[in-house]
Ligand binder design. Sequence first.
Ligand code: ADE
Ligand code: ZN
Length: 327
Amino acid sequence: KITRKFVDGLPKAELHVHIEGTLEPDLEFKLAKRNGIDLGVSSPDQINRSYKYGLAAFLKSYYAGMQTLITEQDFYDLTWAYLKKMAKSSVKHVELFFDPQAHTSRGISFSTVINGIHQAAVDARALGVDAQLIMCFLRDFSKESARKTLIQAKPYHEKGWILGLGLDSDEHHNPPLKFMMLFAKAKTEGYHLTMHCDPDQVDTLKHIKQALEIIEVERIDHGVNIVADPDLMDFAIQKQLGFTICPISNLYIYHDMKAKPTLELLKKGALVSFNSDDPGYMGSNYIDDNYYKFAEKYHLSREDLVKIAKNSFLSSWISNTAKKFYL
Ligand code: ADE
Ligand code: ZN
């Protein structure tokens, strides 16, 4: 039987969490106060975290929430709150997404964002959590905006503060190919590459194909629709491509945990990991809740969860030496 204690004690890596998506109403309320922003509410529980259905509706709520993040200290506090929680549930390694364009587009400087997040990552080492950063481009912004963002990131990438690149936000009419040249350039600069292919998007299989065959990503964020193309799925398994799957996020955004394709991928031996995506907007369900609730509902065994946790390290971007320690 799976217990909370078992899940909490299992060493694991989180590979798919948007740091801005970890913003809990309590902290949002506190930051609004500190920054003199009127949220129009008198307590944190009045902050609306609800959205109806689909990616666009979720994103609207997500971008609204982050307006209270202004100073380096705000980004530090956000990241520190998340990493402190992770230390308590045996999360040893985190690859954190951040969305610089969501901040630079409202006048916050790139350095403010990354300095705050990075300092919290440094301080979290004392808690036994190794945190690295993945910079995401917003796919509904222009190529030119992404290009500028890559230039802003350069000095930080060279210092080793940014491990990889991702692609997120609204997928509709924003295929991986839109950023083909930029990702090719980033690859030569030594970035690891991943991309979101959210569930059930328009042209969803086409996007997965582009990400795998043309961009040559090392992981896919979500990617559950690949099961509709058995050849492509076999290819991904052969290549040991990681699938960073987020069951509770799927439940919140698509009203479906997407258990069927997730279980099929697991059964076929794909490197599936479980992750939290945006826990601050999804009922405070963190990575441990994703392990526990999925396992309970779909009767996974302890061995299954050990496998998923091993997959999380296998598909992570830690060194091979460090990997051996966890496998
Ligand atoms: N940004 C934050 N969460 C996201 C998700 N689940 N899909 C796409 N973009 C996102
Ligand atoms: Zn995501």
